[in-house]
Design a protein around this ligand. Structure first.
Ligand code: 5GP
Length: 138
């Protein structure tokens, strides 16, 4: 059976998409620790991040680097934190969390409750920044 993240990639479950290419997909975490908290995944279904083929893992981080830069340009923060848990969803993913302090990556904290309009606006801003960076690189 497909993972929930594969269903998101295939559009069976909606997501606030930030970026996509043929191998990777980035979207807002539905229970964010901070505004702009994102998940970056390979489309390939592998449970454990460090079981990915090394080249794919490297490319996933390069993709995440571009997404992190787009988030940093869109959300006021000191930097983007990177967290790997994978305790809930068995499909490899990287959390990108805008940081202003250490407590911003405390996963025991109550998550933010953002309105759908806020999530849509955030996703729009981040995805525009991502597209702009991709165009600049081309
Ligand atoms: P982890 O597997 O890293 O422990 O946690 C999975 C993360 O995925 C959680 O932060 C959770 O909020 C997020 N998540 C779980 N299901 C969905 C979903 O259907 N949509 C989105 N956007 N995020 C999800």
């Amino acid at each position: 059976m497909s993972t929930i993240f594969t269903k998101i990639v295939q559009g069976e479950i909606p997501s606030y998409k930030l970026a996509e290419d043929d191998r990777f997909y980035a979207f807002l975490d539905i229970n964010p620790l901070a505004k702009g908290h994102a998940l970056v995944i390979p489309k390939q279904e592998t449970d454990y991040l460090f079981d990915l083929p090394p080249a794919l893992l490297g490319d996933l981080f390069q993709f995440a680097q571009r997404v992190a830069e787009a988030i940093r340009r869109s959300v006021p923060c000191k930097r983007i934190g990177v967290v790997v848990l994978g305790l809930e969803v068995p499909h490899a993913h990287i959390h990108l969390v805008p940081l202003n302090g250490e407590s911003d990556v405390d996963f025991r904290k109550p998550k933010l409750k953002l309105l759908p309009e806020e999530m849509t606006a955030l996703a729009g801003k981040i995805s525009s920044a991502y597209q702009l960076n991709v165009k600049r690189e081309a």
